[in-house]
Structures are given as C-alpha cells and as structure tokens.
Design a protein around this ligand. Structure first.
Ligand code: FAD
Length: 232
C-alpha cells in the first residue's frame, strides 16, 4: 500500500522509449516525486533478459511476452494489397520496460536536417535541425564518430558494423553499388547525401542498449523520489 500513499508530482504512464527518459530526467530534481508505471515486465540492469540484450533483434521480437497480446490492426487497403492480405493481423507493439527500444530492430537513425528544417517552416517552432542536434548529441555515446555532430557522453551506446566486417554477400552488394557510382557514406548520422552506408545501431557491438538500460541505471533507480512499477 506504499503505492497508494505516494504523492506524485509526475505520473508517467508507460515505461517505453520516451517514458524511461522522462522518468530519469524528471527525477534528477529531488523536489519532483516521479512514478513510472509500465504494463509489461520491468528490466532492472542485472535482470535484463538475454533475448532483449541480444544483438539479433529477431529474438526479442519473437517473444510474445513483450507484446500486447491480441492487438490487431488493419495494415492497409491499397489496391496493391490482395483482399486476403487486408484482414486485420497482429500488430507488434511493445509491452515491456523500454517499450519499443527493448524489442525493436535497434536502428538508430536521425532524420535528415532538411526534414527538421521543413518542420520548422511548417510551424513547429524549435524543431529545426540546429535546435534538435544538441539533443541527438546529448542522448548518445557514439563509439565510431566524434566532432560537432556527435556526442560521447550520452547514455545510449551507438555503433556501426565497419565495412571490413560486413559479410561477403553484403560486401559484394556494396561493390556493385560502388561500381555503379554510388558513394559510400561512412556516417549515416552525419553524411546526409545519397549513397550506401553502415547502419548505426543502439548496440555497443555485443548488446542492445534500450532506453530502459540507458536511462534507468542502478544509480537512477536508487533515487528516493523515483518509484518504478512494472506489470502495473
Ligand atoms: C517491431 C518494431 C521494430 C521497430 N524498429 C525500430 C528501429 O529499428 N529503429 C527505430 O528508431 N524505431 C523502431 N521502431 C519504432 C520505435 O521502437 C518506436 O517508435 C518507439 O519505441 C516509440 O516510443 P514511445 O515511447 O512513444 O512508445 P513505446 O516505446 O511503444 O512505449 C509505450 C509503453 O507504454 C506502455 N503502456 C501503454 N499503455 C499503458 C498503460 N495503460 N499502462 C501502463 N503502461 C502502458 C507499453 O507497454 C509500452 O512499454 C520499431 C517498432 C516496432 C514495434
């Protein structure tokens, strides 16, 4: 009944990609009393399931314990989809601490600068590239790249598979693109032209870095003003 007595200044419903960040950042201020409620299981640092940590995202995606069972959605009714394919089907949405970041494909791509600038032009004040870049830098520890476009001190580990470690099939495809005149872009989060590239992942080379793992560390969880409720 401790929970019922907790007077919260912030209740965060959903410990997903965003909720974990909110809980961590809001509870930095001791005067805030923060309650984070997640419907799925919690994943404390020492108890993150192996299939969530796995580099191959298909393992977590295949575990129905991390999803909203019975969630169905119609995927579209475009003419290109045959009638049999239009029936509502299972819709993957995470139900676990870290939300999508615990089960997704780990692809860590920023949008294009011109897209953010387009948002600002359309009226989203404060969302141009110059305004969002500090936050991309702040969230990451980019293992491969530094400089003005990248962060080294953020909690989310980001890494690419270097060209010389691509499997022979992918290298062969790259060689064909190269021969066709397409440029190899070393950093997809910094070289914004057309070309082919190694995808940045929220992964340190051997394990996934979900939002839960990155932001709800042991130290953060020990804050007396933060209450985390899993399966709630
Ligand atoms: C299969 C899949 C693959 C993806 N691959 C990528 C990728 O490679 N790269 C990428 O950038 N994006 C990817 N995405 C998208 C990305 O994961 C999501 O955009 C992101 O996680 C959304 O964050 P969110 O915080 O808005 O919601 P979520 O991360 O979905 O978090 C919502 C959380 O709220 C909880 N919740 C909901 N209702 C309640 C309630 N009533 N009470 C308590 N808790 C509740 C849920 O259980 C969930 O944990 C993928 C998504 C899916 C589903």
């Amino acid at each position: 009944m401790e929970i019922a007595r907790t007077k919260a200044s912030f209740v965060i419903v959903g410990g997903g990609s965003a909720g974990c960040v909110l809980a961590s950042r809001l509870s930095e201020r001791p005067e805030n009393r923060v309650v984070l409620i997640e419907a799925g299981q919690d994943t404390p640092p020492d108890l993150i399931p192996e299939d969530i940590l796995a580099t191959y995202p298909g393992r977590a995606m295949a575990n129905m314990n991390y999803f909203w069972e019975g969630l169905r959605a119609q995927r579209g009714n475009g003419a290109h989809i045959p009638p049999a394919g239009r029936a509502p089907g299972f819709f993957h949405q995470a139900r676990v601490m870290g939300g999508g970041s615990s089960i997704n494909a780990q692809i860590a791509l920023r949008g294009l600068p011109r897209d953010f600038d387009g948002w600002q032009d359309a009226g989203a004040e404060g969302w141009n590239w110059e305004a969002v870049l500090p936050f991309f830098r702040k969230l990451e520890h980019d293992v491969d790249f530094s400089g003005p476009l990248h962060g080294q001190d953020g909690p989310v580990q980001i890494r690419r598979v270097p060209l010389n470690r691509w499997d022979p099939f992918t290298q062969a495809i790259g060689a064909v693109w190269h021969a066709q005149g397409h440029a190899y872009l070393a950093d997809m989060n910094g070289d914004f032209g057309d070309g082919y590239s190694a995808v940045p992942f929220t992964n340190d080379g051997s394990q996934r870095w979900s939002s839960a793992r990155s932001y709800l560390t042991r130290k953060v969880r020990s804050r007396p003003n933060l209450t985390i409720l899993g399966r709630a």
